[in-house]
Design a protein around this ligand. Structure first.
Ligand code: ADP
Ligand code: MG
Length: 745
């Protein structure tokens, strides 16, 4: 009964600390893992100091650290270069390198690495030692800080490197602080080809952030000339599942792709919704405490921890920060969580839909724009004048989402998220904006009052009904959890982002479309002013037009309902439920010209990125399909047949005794039918894969994997396997069951 996966599994299989076991069948593996579940050694780590502030950021080479270790002149140069996105000269880089080397070595570092975010997802590193054997001392030059050439050949470039240039390099991003991870100094960097094409997630994000800074600053100056820059901020709520490592290792599907391809819903799922308010299981609590400590030492401001709706699902949320830093922190946090979980013999799952029938895993991106004068542009204030500024940014954001809804949808498209969007407790694949009943009333009023005549000496704000926003908006009960993009009082929350995503991708899209929209707004208002319209009226006139034009993207009802799907179709809003089709939006003329207009990505770069994302989609569907086939044919079907044989013996025995055996025969028949469905399904699915793998065009191949493999066979095969799970003797079942995986204490 040994299949391919089982053979490889028996080699890597461990139950936890120093516990390995030779087993012969997967069912034995499952029971062994279950037996060990309560024998795992526990690990408690106390705070290194009673106050978090004593050790917060101690592993970060922060601006304060820099100030303390550099001469005032050099420090000034660095901080100004950072502020103005300028290049840092060689002497300054040498000084910083020397300072950071001393700091890192004093904390036990032996190596340094450029830390970057290739398009495969995750982060990448290449470690070099400070120690120079020839010189016999520790060395670190400014040039090594500023630029490095990793062996880039193994990272995806979507054809760019073959078309343009074979090599790529990483370049220091001084806007995100260096940090010490283990014994290695990590230097956040962008990854670029020698001809200048970006090969990572961070590069375009930095460009989009610059674009939104420029555009938002210009618009903010309509209201306040003192505003010199605007920064976008991000707070990402990271959801995740935690499972026991031994049980995880006994599920090849989780090991290979992070998602269970089979598994019947437990009798006690999330119907009771009791997990949400329950106390955190003690084993998970110990894990949380430890990763929080590590995060704090790394300067990641994690703050909130709680249970989520599904059993074994949790959430961690940090305090918001500037987008680039917040995203680096989220990438790092996922890595920290993964590593700390290992120490607790746990596994963290960030996959968007690890368990069918339960909540998926998202990463809500809370986003706002904040001026260098400290004003959150999405926060209504008590001053009517400032409210017009708030409304300006508010309405422009809605307008941007309306204009580029399909691009936002594309920005969160992955094989994993396809399982989540539109499923249990997740926003649908339709992009819409929720703003709450009070803000809806304000916008409706403003739109209606199009003909109000404003005379000299009038209180314009009062006449337009926008003088009182702060008081009405403070009602926190006005919330809608079903919207993919919601206004939550002083920020927007992009909820459709997947749990394993790099936020840089959706954040690039969002900041860019808002930058584009604000640029257009600035032009439109300036034109009206040139025609002699008073500035505030010009602003109001353009806003009114936008409110009317973007009305269809606003939706206040239940986003999970079927009625909305129908309504959205009437409004001609996109509802694209798979990645290959969603990604098409990136290459539309409208999108390409916008990306190029703001210098964020060229047409060639967009093409390359699309290619990479399609390839990754194909690979993931392919792997799942193989795991499914292997598990089904080598483990599930043989188990079912063995059980069937037991039943046949039983049926014959009953017959010999003259006892009614109809019920047993009925079960035998049911099992036979299910086995046939599985065998036929897997066989046909393999044939389809063979055919599809010959399709040369990546987009067409991805579409075929979606339509002719995933959509056609996954559900059918799964359904039959899950039914068998209920029929076959529990003693023989080869896969760890949902109830065993999900109710960790
Ligand atoms: P929720 O009710 O959705 O859990 P919270 O108030 O707990 O909302 O905030 C969730 C996240 O939003 C946190 O990471 C928080 O720091 C972040 N956040 C709050 N204000 C802003 C803002 N102005 N810009 C960006 N993120 C913000
Ligand atoms: Mg939230």
């Amino acid at each position: 009964m040994k299949g391919k996966i089982y053979t490889c599994l028996s080699k890597i299989y461990t139950f936890g600390a120093n516990q390995t076991q030779k087993t012969t069948t997967m069912a034995q593996l499952r029971f062994e893992a279950l037996k060990r579940l309560n024998e795992q050694p526990r690990r408690h780590l106390d705070l290194p100091s009673p106050k978090v502030s004593d050790f917060f950021g101690e592993m970060v080479f922060s601006m304060d650290q820099m100030r303390a270790s550099l001469s005032p002149a050099v420090y000034k140069k660095v901080s100004q270069a950072i502020k103005n996105h300028e290049k840092i000269d060689e002497d300054t880089a040498d000084a910083v390198a020397s300072a950071v080397k001393s700091w890192a070595i004093s904390k036990g570092a032996t190596h340094f690495t450029h830390w970057f975010q290739p398009l495969t997802g995750g982060t990448a590193e290449k470690h070099d030692s400070f120690f120079d054997a020839i010189a016999g001392i520790e060395k670190f030059k400014g040039s090594e800080l500023v630029q490095q050439e990793p062996d880039a050949s193994s990272f995806p470039s979507g054809g760019i490197r073959t078309t343009f240039e074979a090599r790529g390099y990483t370049a220091w991003d001084p806007t995100s602080p260096m940090f010490l991870y283990g014994k290695t100094l990590c230097i956040p960097t962008v990854f670029v080809s020698y001809t200048g094409e970006t090969l990572d997630a961070k590069g375009p994000l930095l460009k989009a952030l610059k674009a939104v800074d420029l555009a938002a600053t210009k618009v903010a100056q309509f209201f306040d000339k003192d505003v010199l820059s605007v920064k976008a901020s991000l707070g990402c709520e990271q959801e995740y599942f935690v499972v026991d490592k031994g049980l995880y290792n006994a599920r090849p599907d989780l090991v290979m792709g992070g998602r269970s391809v089979f598994g019947h819903s437990p009798a006690r799922g999330q119907q009771m919704e009791d997990h949400y308010f329950a106390s955190i299981p003690s084993r998970v609590y110990d894990f949380m405490k430890e990763f929080e400590i590590e995060a704090w030492r790394l300067g990641i401001p994690v703050r909130t921890r709680h249970n989520e709706v599904a059993p074994s699902q949790f959430e961690v949320a940090p305090l918001f920060e500037e987008v680039n830093v917040a995203n680096d922190h989220n990438q790092l946090l996922m890595d920290v969580m993964w590593r700390v979980a290992e120490r607790h013999n746990l596994k963290v799952l960030f996959h968007e839909k690890p368990f069918a029938g339960l909540n998926g895993t998202g990463k809500h991106n809370n986003w706002s724009l904040i001026t260098d004068t400290g004003v959150n542009l999405f926060a209504p204030s008590s001053s009517a004048r400032d409210n017009l500024m708030f409304l300006t940014f508010f309405v422009n954001t809605i307008k941007a989402v309306h204009e580029y809804a399909d691009l936002l949808r594309a920005s969160i498209a992955t094989a994993g998220n396809d399982f989540r969007l539109g499923a249990n407790e997740a926003p649908p694949a339709i992009m819409s904006v929720f703003i709450g009943s009070q803000m809806s009333a304000v916008l409706d009023e403003l739109e209606k009052k199009g003909n109000v005549k404003i005379e000299k000496g009038d209180n314009m704000y009062m006449k337009l009904g926008i003088d009182q926003i702060p008081e009405i908006i403070l009602d926190a009960t006005d919330r809608n959890r079903t919207s993919p993009f919601a206004f939550t009082g002083n920020k927007f929350e992009f909820r459709a982002v997947g749990g394993s995503d790099n936020c840089a991708v959706p954040m690039t899209a969002l900041n860019l479309i808002v930058a584009d929209q604000l640029t257009k707004f600035h032009e439109a208002v300036s034109k009206e002013i040139d025609k002699g319209t008073e500035k505030r009226l010009a602003i109001v006139n353009v806003l009114r037009k936008y409110i009317k034009e973007s009305r269809d993207i606003r939706f206040e009802g239940d986003g999970y309902s079927d009625a909305w799907v129908k309504e959205a179709a009437k409004r001609k809003l996109g509802n694209i439920n798979n990645t290959p089709r969603a990604l098409e939006a990136y290459l539309s003329e409208k999108s390409v010209s916008m990306y190029e207009r703001h210098g964020v990505l060229s047409h060639a770069e967009l093409e390359a990125r699309n290619e990479i994302r399609l390839e990754s989609y194909i690979k993931r569907v392919q792997i799942e399909s193989r795991v499914m086939g292997d598990l089904a044919m080598n483990h599930i079907v043989p188990t079912a047949i063995a059980y069937q044989n037991k039943l046949i013996t039983n049926a014959n025995g009953l017959k010999g005794l003259g006892i009614d055996n109809k019920a047993v025969i009925q079960t035998i028949k049911e099992i036979t039918e299910l086995i046939n469905i599985i065998k036929n399904g897997v066989r046909q699915m393999i044939e389809e894969r063979k055919r599809i793998n010959k399709i040369a065009d990546t987009h067409k191949r991805a579409l075929a994997y979606c339509d002719d493999v995933k959509e056609k066979y996954f559900e059918e095969i799964r359904d039959a396997v899950d039914k068998l799970e209920l029929l076959v003797d529990d003693e023989d079942w080869p896969l760890v069951k949902y109830r065993e995986l999900l109710f960790l204490r």
